[in-house]
Design a protein around this ligand. Structure first.
Ligand code: NAD
Length: 487
């Protein structure tokens, strides 16, 4: 919808209707640094209206059969797929990611999320067990929890929001979704498809705005018993505090400081391009991105030389350029934060081998004020350095040598996070041994980011609480009851 000054102006989606808001936030095009969209700056009033709508829709939606709900999800998947190109263009512009990534990963995955949960929800069964000596039969029943608050970050906007909406509504809940205020456009576009897909009014409500205003109103609302959150660890702490007085059900998917471990028997022809991708895909703004690369000393020099050559070929370009490997970072503030890590690394005596401050960006004049940065490789950096300990969430990776298997496991585990790790080795025994000992919710060996949606996804330690996936999401979005019948 065109608004002030011809800019895109979004509206909240509550009870099946688009509703204007009394105030708006500016949203920037990361590739130019210009405002191009206005996002509702919602607060308590909008959350109250969304809770009302979600509450009213719950009895009807939750009493539909899983098959009926599944059909609605299937139709929504089809409609999203029909709009794939339009959504990909919008996601790329709003987030700064390349159009290629939006076309091949973000939007196809959003479609798949609805298809996947439309199917998986039909195959969930409950448990039954017997105690014949006491004449008892025990079984479980599951029911949707009620109104689910779904809060998502800016890095994979529609992808991560639909990964929450799909299992929540498939299980019979009604939802209030709050996308990141930095990337709200594709969630709003999805709302335009809900009626046609047959989603009844009030089943999916979307309130836009900031964390402190609309996010906090949502998580502290007494009638919202469940929160699924993906974002940063400090926000998760705040959400945990606010929801504690109400004992809400929480799922927290947080950050990482993900190691890649490259043993001397690794296939470098596969490892190097994959590790460049795992470090810099989506500008390094994926929670699963590699940011510490441990390389066995005997191959360290060769690895580094080839890794640098491949990184220098990784093309930074405007998001709409189909040949670009990397686009713009999300915001000016984030770009400055990422750059500050490079400054700190220099002060600590580390070497910056390519990227920020070493090579020059080549951008069209219109994009000079965009939030671009070159992929950056740091070496000679200590494990205690902030670059090796803190989540940078940008196109920055550290490469360091190691000597033994035991040593590298200790060092890889030596951070507060535990989300994802990759292990590169041709030795099957070693791969199993190391994968088992890594403190990490996900371990990829000789590959990266191959996802099987049936299996649990989530982190250990400060990377989160809970798991998502076919069975895990179903269990999270339902309450279980154990019934004992004595006969
Ligand atoms: P963020 O925590 O700043 O924001 C995430 C969401 O929470 C946004 O919608 C934001 O508006 C909202 N929010 C902020 N403050 C809030 C508050 N006080 N109450 C309620 N809601 C609030 O995170 P971000 O910067 O948008 O995203 C980057 C982070 O997300 C990184 O740490 C990244 O690793 C993590 N992430 C994790 C996963 C995963 O699956 N584990 C996936 C993607 C991103």
């Amino acid at each position: 919808m065109a608004g002030r000054g011809g800019l895109l102006m979004l509206e909240n989606f509550i009870g099946g209707k688009f509703l204007p808001c009394s105030s708006y936030l500016d949203s920037y095009d990361p590739s130019t640094g210009e405002v191009y969209c206005h996002v509702p700056d919602s607060g308590e009033e909008e959350v109250e209206a969304a809770v009302e709508a979600a509450r009213a829709a719950f009895p009807g939606w939750s009493s539909r059969s899983p098959q009926e709900r599944s059909q609605v999800l299937q139709r929504l998947a089809d409609l999203l797929e029909q709009s794939l190109e339009e959504l990909a263009q919008a996601e790329s512009r709003d987030q700064g990611k390349t159009i290629t990534l939006a076309r091949t990963m973000d939007i196809p995955r959003a479609v798949q999320n609805f298809r996947f949960f439309a199917s998986s929800t039909l195959h969930q069964t409950s448990e039954c067990t017997q105690m014949d000596h006491l004449g008892c039969l025990h079984y479980t029943v599951r029911a949707p929890v009620g109104i689910a608050a779904l809060i998502s970050p800016w890095n994979l906007p529609l992808y991560l929001l639909t990964w929450k909406i799909a299992p929540a509504i498939a299980a019979g809940n009604t939802v209030i979704a709050k996308p990141s205020e930095l990337t709200s456009v594709t969630a709003w576009m999805m709302c335009r498809l809900l009626e046609k897909a047959g989603v009844p009014p009030g089943v999916v409500n979307v309130v836009f705005g900031t964390g402190p205003r609309v996010g906090e109103a949502l998580v502290s609302h007494p009638d919202v018993p469940l929160i699924s959150f993906t974002g940063s660890q400090p926000t998760a702490e705040r959400i945990t505090q606010l929801s504690a007085p109400h004992c809400k059900k929480l799922s927290l998917e947080l950050g990482g400081k993900n190691p890649a471990i490259v043993f001397e028997d690794a296939n470098l022809d596969e490892c190097i391009p994959t590790t460049v991708r795992s470090s810099f895909a989506n500008q390094g703004e994926i929670c699963l991105c590699t940011s510490r690369i441990f390389v066995q000393r005997s191959i360290y020099s060769e690895f580094l030389k080839r890794f640098l050559e491949a990184t220098r070929k990784w093309k930074v370009g405007i998001p709409s350029d189909p040949s670009a490997d990397m686009g713009a970072l999300i915001s000016k503030a984030h770009l400055e934060k990422v750059r500050s890590y490079i400054k700190k690394a220099r002060l600590e005596g580390a070497q910056i081998l390519c990227g920020e401050g070493v090579d020059k960006l080549n951008l069209p004049p219109r994009n000079q004020a965009g939030y671009f940065m070159l992929p950056t490789v740091i070496t000679d950096v200590k494990d205690e350095s902030c670059c090796m300990k803190e989540e940078i969430f940008g196109p920055v990776t550290c490469v360091v040598p190691f000597d033994s298997e035991e040593e590298v496991i200790q060092r890889a585990n030596g951070v507060k996070y535990g989300l994802a790790a990759t292990v590169w080795s041709g030795n099957v025994g070693r791969v199993h041994r190391v994968a088992k000992r890594l403190q990490s919710g996900l371990v990829w060996t000789n590959c990266w980011l191959i996802r099987e949606l049936n299996l649990p996804f989530g982190g250990m330690k400060s990377s989160g609480v809970g798991r998502e996936g076919a069975r895990d999401s179903y269990e999270f979005f339902t309450e279980v009851k154990t019934i004992t019948v004595k006969h």
